[in-house]
Design a protein around this ligand. Sequence first.
Ligand code: ZN
Length: 162
Amino acid sequence: MPALCPTSGVGVIVEALTRHSRHPREWFSTYHHALHTLAFSLVVAGASLLVARQRWKIAPLTFLSFHLHLLEDLLGARGPDSYPWPIPYLMPFSHAGTLTWNGQWPLNAWPNFLITGVLLIATFYLSWKRGYSPIEMVSRKADSAFVGALRNRFSPPERKSA
Ligand SMILES: [Zn+2]
């Protein structure tokens, strides 16, 4: 699935930047799927528990979204060499429980493009409707510009009269 783990997002950038260097760093290829474990999901959820303002709401959602990512990888993240990228769910405590699915489609297959398109449209719609977008997490100014562009392109949502 097109989603990237936040932790592996850095790795994919480093890998792309060093690909043709004398010392390529294969951080994404090596570590991305190694972190697809129950243990790491608990680390990530625990970190969100420590830093989030609404910790008891955010930590379970973090845990859930981590597992949604694992499900998406299981369904549609097969590599160009047809390697299914098994998910070592119980590592480092057990080699049992490694997850694969024989029906897994390639990362660049049409279902991923369809899902991505539908989710982008939903994100744009909700941003237009609500007046804020996920960009708000990075920059309020950029978020305001994004929502403004959406509302300039499409008429602003009607306000409910009191
Ligand atoms: Zn993944």
